[in-house]
Design a protein around this ligand. Structure first.
Ligand SMILES: [Zn+2]
Length: 283
């Protein structure tokens, strides 16, 4: 693909990210490989919704600027790390989509077996540990997960995706935000039903059938985890189903009443009960 086409594609991806509210102000950054030894990247301090093709920077794989009036993205180090760890990756997208970032802020990874499409494409979406943006801490946090994952949340920060081209990386960002929305709604409605481990294995087989190039296999059984290299599989919460394909969310069931008849309350519900009891005593 020509350099001018890639510049135009970065502009378009930036416009879509901004239009969908994945970035505010000058947030986010986008990069793509330009041949074997150079990168084309968004510049520092511009709104991704209003870029023009001439604004982009060209750097080498060490981050040295080769061309461009502006300086490269402040998150360049994170992008360089992804390209270093993943020779198959052609493009990297970083944004702060609000629902997915809400999960990243709450410390809740999107790693439950919930949607078949997400399982076959992205697999599980972990949270990379908090790191100060634009420092070398951030690439270190990303390094732990990038070998096994095309998409991840960044604790108290945002999300990061990669792909075989610019649009593939961008669509993964859309998938993460869409999945986060669905997960949030399901949790508000009482919790997700989970896809069973057996069904996850079936879906894993479909990946091969549809030629989906996932970076690592799904690990629905924690015993499959390679302790020497946890980065080589995607860990999922998918309970044993004894033949069932869908399993009720155990956590949601526990919240209302356990098998022993025990009732679990949230902190808010408990304080409301106590306040009510005290009021009745006073009256
Ligand atoms: Zn950011």
């Amino acid at each position: 693909m020509s350099e001018s086409q890639l510049r135009a594609d970065i502009v378009e991806v930036g416009r879509r990210m901004y239009a969908r509210g994945y970035t505010a102000s000058n947030d986010g950054n986008i990069s793509v490989r330009l041949g074997s030894d150079r990168l084309l990247m968004t510049p520092k301090s511009v709104c991704k919704g209003f870029m023009t093709p001439d604004m982009m920077c060209i750097t080498d794989l060490e981050g040295r600027k080769l061309q461009g009036e502006r300086d490269p993205s402040s998150e360049m180090l994170m992008h360089l790390e992804v390209y270093r760890q993943r020779p198959d990756v052609q493009a990297v997208v970083h944004a702060h989509p609000p629902i997915a970032t809400g999960f990243a802020v709450a410390g809740i990874p999107l790693d439950r077996a919930v949607l078949a499409e997400v399982l076959t494409t992205l697999g599980s979406i972990p949270i990379a540990e908090y790191a100060t943006p634009s420092t070398k801490e951030l690439p270190e946090a990303v390094r732990k997960y990038i070998k096994a994952h095309d998409g991840m949340l960044l604790a108290n920060h945002g999300a990061l995706t990669s792909g075989a081209d610019l649009y593939a990386a961008y669509y993964k960002m859309e998938t993460i935000e869409h999945f986060a929305k669905i997960s949030l709604v399901a949790r508000l409605l009482g919790g997700e039903n989970l896809i069973s481990r057996e069904e996850v294995e079936r879906l894993q087989g479909l990946r091969g059938m549809y030629g989906i190039a996932a970076p690592a296999p799904l690990c629905a059984d924690p015993a499959e985890l390679d302790v020497n290299d946890p980065a080589l599989c995607q860990v999922l919460e998918a309970p044993e189903g004894t033949g069932e394909r869908l399993i009720p969310d155990v956590n949601a069931v526990l919240k209302t009443a356990s098998r022993t008849g025990e009732i679990r309350l949230t902190y808010g519900e408990l304080t409301a009960l106590i306040a009510d009891a005290v009021k009745q005593l006073r009256d």
